[in-house]
Design a protein around this ligand. Structure first.
Ligand code: N1C
Length: 248
């Protein structure tokens, strides 16, 4: 029992791979390329599914590298038209609603972000299957797991491609609306190119007072990261969810 627990498929502390992962990837890819963005360059969904699987299948689930995802990302780089990007942190649902209303794009509106959204995956050395029992947890097992590295490298490429004015939706009901350990804080903000302008929107829960503002220490920290890269910054605060969706 001891040995099985620590060497078997159940040894990681995170939930296992999503059931039917391959099938979901293939179906989402077909839907995206045929229905959601039929105008986008025709993409080969079978090749994309295969590149996704090859990135992590049969590999140590704690030894993911950015390079493992190179062929996958090269098949479908997460780039969007200039000035249409929306970043978010702790505001996923709101940011998606905002992007939809304004015809802007979050990472989940690009093919790879759309394919992977909400899914989990990891493999196992010596096996050609996904581990459906458990996958490494970021805190308890390892940071270099395939799920975390995927979002990091995809987010990095998404941020690097930003141009003109882009926006980030932050949660003004948190004490620190900007979290320097989040993917937005660690990966996206530090990879914006010089001359890009970032507009931050601090949005709080309707009916409650905000907990952070543009003059608070977390936003000053964001400003200093951007100053160091010559990224222009504007900040809007004290907006409730409804005000934000209506007037912004
Ligand atoms: O860590 P976060 O948010 O700051 O990451 C959000 C940021 C967005 O701007 C996206 O472009 O990074 C990108 N991104 C995703 O698009 C995404 N979809 C799903 C980052 N993470 C994403 N996920 C998963 O949610 C992933 O597992 C990651 O760890 C969380 C991000 O949660 P967060 O802290 O709210």
């Amino acid at each position: 029992i001891y040995k099985w627990h620590y060497s078997g498929l159940n040894r990681w502390h995170g939930a296992g791979s999503t059931a039917d992962f391959q099938k979901i990837i293939q179906e989402r890819c077909d839907t995206y390329t045929q229905t959601i963005r039929p105008g986008s360059r025709s993409r080969n969904c079978q090749a994309i599914r295969q590149a996704f699987m090859s990135a992590f299948i049969s590999k140590d689930p704690c030894k993911a590298t950015k390079e493992d995802y190179n062929s996958l990302i090269n098949l479908a780089p997460p780039t969007v038209p200039c000035g249409q990007q929306v970043f978010w942190s702790k505001t996923k649902e709101l940011a998606h609603e905002y992007a939809k209303r304004r015809r802007l794009m979050t990472l989940e509106d690009t093919l790879l972000g759309y394919l992977a959204d909400g899914l989990r995956w990891c493999g196992e050395p010596g096996s050609s299957d996904l581990n459906i029992w458990s996958c490494p947890d970021w805190r308890k097992d390892c940071r270099t797991n395939y799920l975390s590295v995927f979002w990091e490298v995809l987010s990095e490429r998404f941020a690097e491609s930003a141009c003109n004015t882009v926006r980030v939706v932050l949660n003004g009901s948190l004490e620190n609306a900007f979290d320097s350990m989040s993917i937005f804080g660690r990966v996206e903000a530090p990879n914006l190119r010089p001359q890009v302008e970032l507009e931050a929107w601090l949005v709080h829960d309707t009916g409650k007072p905000p907990s952070d503002s543009c003059s608070g220490s977390s936003i000053r920290k964001l400003k200093s990261i951007l100053d160091g890269r010559n990224v222009k910054f504007r900040c809007m605060d004290n907006l409730s969810r409804d005000q934000f969706l209506q007037r912004s």
